[in-house]
Design a protein around this ligand. Structure first.
Ligand SMILES: [Zn+2]
Length: 64
């Protein structure tokens, strides 16, 4: 049997621990080519471009 905590932490201590647990919204920037919001330093998932004209991935038109 592993070592166990000697006593329960107080509500205040628990809440202080959780003070840094909040999620933050992702940092989004507008794609300079198509204007759609995307994560910085990533290939745009909408138009497949990165750093101007450099086409890294060719994406097909949406087919349904
Ligand atoms: Zn784009």
């Amino acid at each position: 049997m592993p070592p166990q905590p000697k006593r329960k932490h107080s509500k205040g201590r628990r809440d202080r621990r959780r003070a840094h647990d909040a999620l933050q919204a992702a940092n989004l920037t507008a794609c300079p080519n198509c204007g759609q919001m995307r994560l910085p330093h990533t290939v745009c998932p909408n138009c497949g471009q990165y750093k101007g004209r450099e086409v890294v991935e060719v994406e097909k038109e949406k087919k349904k």
